[in-house]
Design a protein around this ligand. Structure first.
Ligand SMILES: [Ca+2]
Ligand SMILES: [Ca+2]
Length: 413
């Protein structure tokens, strides 16, 4: 907390000391006759007027000083309130700031009214006492305004967040660490409300598009901030996307490509009118069924697939660290292999465009045979070991390479 304005005590004391000392001097001069005039009474009257005037101006000066402090604190709070804050915090602090501004206006209006009265007709000593009471009341109110405005700024410092800076201890930067944290929350199915109850600041920082949910669209938005390497990530826009958009032009479907040695191969087909840069979906498997592997087809640019296993299968995220667009507008995006009896299902597909707008993809179910040829053509070259297990890269020894046209070759490395 900032200190109280200590000028009040000292400055008012200085003014009143001056007045008291002047009063004593003049009293003494009147008493010993050194203050020459026609009559002592007239001198005393002139002196009293001078003292009253000094006292009057001293009180106004004190009001002006505190009013200046209150104004500076209000200006700072107004500027600070432009920060990114939780909606309810911002509303609360804005209301407090409006009250402080009004209180300052009221206090100064009372003083101005008192001054007008004083300057339009010479006041009696009693009227002057009333004016002093008005100024002291105004000083008390302005001091409270100063205190309240500083408290608003303090609260801003405690509550403000940088969109995308989701670290537990915010570092003011939006980088790969933040992207990874949010991607993990999406992958692990942590909801916005769960995060909000654990750490509101992280929830607000993660929900960059202000949709009150955390999904792939937020990952894309945070990647945008990180990629653009904004000097001042606090200034990054918070998009307003109240919900996931649904469009008949974007949908997802499954196709069974084959069933060999108990391993079923499915293609996940994405038909999209919108240009997407990333997506998330849930793979559901029957009990006793397992997902062997998941891989991207040639529709991926520099995308990677991130797999988060859960009790009913896995949540899958497809994302590009450069927010590159997925290629094409139809056909297989992912190949999924499963082992065990039962069917694979796809649910909850949300894809996002470059502007971090989330689109829900309608599920077309298990697709017809026509889609299969197209989906297989899109499959990237794949590598297997001699046991038929899929490998991420060429291994020492014999590699079986299945080309995108479906032909296979054996290579020794
Ligand atoms: Ca960070
Ligand atoms: Ca969101």
């Amino acid at each position: 907390m900032l200190d109280q304005p200590d000028m009040l005590g000292s400055d008012i004391q200085t003014v009143s000391n001056l007045i008291a000392s002047l009063q004593l001097q003049l009293d003494a001069m009147v008493k010993d006759g050194s203050l020459k005039a026609d009559t002592k009474f007239e001198n005393a009257s002139v002196v009293e007027t001078a003292i009253n005037d000094l006292n009057y101006r001293g009180h106004i000066a004190a009001v002006d000083y505190v009013n200046g402090l209150a104004g500076t604190a209000i200006d700072a709070a107004t500027e600070n309130l432009k920060a990114n804050l939780p909606t309810d915090v911002k509303a609360d602090l804005s209301a407090k700031l409006s009250a402080a501004i009004q209180s300052r206006l009221d206090a100064m209006q009372a003083v101005t009214d008192g001054m007008t009265a004083y300057e339009s007709s010479q006041m009696t000593a009693a009227d002057l006492e009333t004016f002093f009471a008005v100024t002291e009341d105004a000083i008390s109110k302005l001091t409270q305004v100063w205190t309240n405005a500083n408290a608003i700024s303090e609260s801003v410092y405690e509550n403000e967040f940088t969109p995308g800076d989701v670290n537990l201890e915010p570092d003011g930067e939006v980088d790969a660490t933040d992207v990874q944290m949010v991607m993990n929350w999406v992958g692990e199915g942590k909801t916005y409300d769960e995060l909000l109850s654990e750490n509101p600041r992280q929830a607000y920082a993660a929900d960059v598009n202000n949709s009150k949910s955390i999904n792939i669209a937020d990952v894309v938005a945070i990647l945008n901030i990180a990629i653009e390497d904004l000097n001042n990530p606090k200034a990054a826009p918070r998009y307003l996307a109240p919900d996931i958009k649904m469009s008949a032009d974007n949908n997802i479907a499954l196709a069974l490509n084959g069933n060999e040695n108990g391993v079923r191969e499915y293609a996940i087909l994405v038909n999209n009118a919108t240009t997407f840069v990333a997506g998330q979906l849930d793979l559901k498997v029957s009990a006793g069924m397992e997902i062997v592997d998941i891989e991207l087809t040639g529709r991926a640019a520099d995308h990677e697939v991130y797999r988060y296993d859960n009790s009913t299968g896995a949540r899958v995220i497809v994302a590009s660290m450069s927010n590159a667009a997925l290629e094409g507008n139809s056909g297989a995006l992912l190949i999924v292999r499963t082992r065990g009896a039962g069917n694979l299902e796809v649910e909850g597909a949300i894809f996002a465009d470059r502007h971090a707008t989330g689109f829900g993809l309608g599920n077309e179910g298990l697709s017809g045979i026509d889609s299969i040829t197209e989906s297989c053509q899109n499959v990237k070259e794949r590598i297997y070991n001699v046991a038929g297990q899929a490998m991420n890269r060429i291994q020492r020894g014999i590699n079986i390479i299945r080309k995108s046209d479906g032909t296979t070759t054996k290579e020794m490395h």
